[in-house]
Design a protein around this ligand. Sequence first.
Ligand code: GCB
Length: 632
Amino acid sequence: MRKAFALGAVAVALVAGSHTILAETAGSNLPLATVDSEPLLVSADMRDGQDLSGTWNWSIDPYRSGIAGFHGETPDRGQQRWLDIDVRKTMAQDNRIMFEFDMAHAQTTALPGSWLAASPELRHYQGLVWYQRHFDAPASRKGRYFLRFGAANYATTVYINGQPLGRHEGGFTPFAFEVTKQLRDGDNQITFAVDSQASANTVPPTVTDWENYGGATRGIRLVHTPDTYVDSAWVRLTKDGKLAVDAHLDGAAAAGQAVRLKVAGLPVDLTGKTDAHGDWKATMAAPRALVRWSPEKPQLYDVSLSAGEDEWHDRVGFRTIERKGADILLNGKPVFLRGISMHEEEISPNPARIITPDNARALLGEIKNGLHGNYVRLSHYPHSEVMTRVADELGLLVWSEVPVYWMVAWENAGTLASARNMLAENILRDRNRASVVIWSVANETPVNDARNAFLRTLVGDVRRLDPTRLVSAALLVERDKGAAVPTMTMADPLAADLDVLSINTYNGWYTPDRLAELPKSVWNVPADKPLVFSEFGADAKAGFHSATNLQKFSEEFQAEYYRQTLAMADRVPSLRGMSPWILKDFRSPRRQNPDFQMGWNRKGLISETGQHKQAFDVLAGYYAAKAEGKGK
Ligand code: GCB
């Protein structure tokens, strides 16, 4: 299938990369789904389909016996979990046959959701897990059917009715396989293996500061389309005030197809014909009546694109975002990003990365209504499409990121291909979300030539796939050891390639600086670009108090840290926003102080169960004043 944005090089490098082993399951030798080969099904959540959430059988496979035999060969039949057979019956009928699995009688769990919370013995399991379920195919089928995974962490191999479909790498972006030919009347069986094990070459690699939630963490659906359908569509407002559409059709009637774009409630009726490749691009002057999307008025429109038998739908907000000097302009006006960072983890004592619309609203509602925010950094990887839809709905600007985090294998071609593919999958999924204003390509990566080249390739991809948004990356700064006051300098050559400069700072938490000294900090940064503090924060255990000596981990320390850091921020002339670390306490196995952490990073302004800490009110007060135009 030809894609208008083809990243041909990605597929080639990914296949090559699989021999260098990104994920352990890479050895399975099945075709790898990439943006070049897979159906994109943009806005698939708005299409007809069958939800395959619910009860699935599961079975662990720590030695990956279903992927390869113990000499690396194809696994023998006794280990092939995906076989479409009745294990008990087959063994009872012929005593020469033996299977070391029986998926149909294995224990069950509900998907989507990470296996870490499915059973106590899986709490710290990293490796391969098999899942299987049966479902009835729709009766009297016509058109095309696709098996679409919202995301599965990290490497996934999928089978239907005993036949392999392919595999996918990357834990946070959607992928799909066409199953039109494989579906059969009545009962169908889906099996998939998902391997959460990171390696030095995966993105992210093994060492992070968050829980590695293995498994199918987002929805699985059987999506239905007509024979020829709109595989990708992007509808937007351009900086010069036009409505623009780019679409790509897939199917026998894709070329020379009549297409028509409508926007409910607006005088928009744009017609045209696809070219020989099934592509259509068109623009028109934006109607005067168009209400621009903004955090204050998150106006969304029902957009439809009809093409032959297909009608593609989405709910789209129209706005512009630009950089002008050190300013970020939303709809032509300077905006200050009143934000906070967030992991994809629901409010719960035992989260499993289940992002329902209600869970997303609970989290984002704390930012919008509780903190008086207008912005969220969805760190450190693409979050669920449910989250960006709710951000559109509530009116929160979004920083969207790929997990190029800390120490990535910069020299590995497969790693670069993998990062490029997940970046492309993320952008292509969310280009229609008005909320998303910044694509970030990395977090806290040490400067070196290989890293600079790697990140510049990603920046180039963003500019090609979506020149309408801003590009950033959270950069490291150098601290002047001899200076009397905290003095930091941005010496990263990547700064020249970015629209928004971004710094994470933990002075006063990881450094012995006294909090009262923080406001005197000096930041040497280029003055002609907007700066955001993409992180700052301090741990506090909800309910632990230390009012007199402000001990670390107390709510009082965290609150004072915020007061002083915000006072520091007020003195940085090019500062245009911030996303302190972090909205909610989150699981992190590297955090094991028994009094305060026990596997949780406690930098949340709310606890894992939603309890507000004192610093929440400090930030809420600061943002309320900013929103009223009182702050600087
Ligand atoms: C950082 C990282 C973030 C960590 C945070 C911390 O700089 O970007 O992923 O969780 O610091 O808590 O140390």
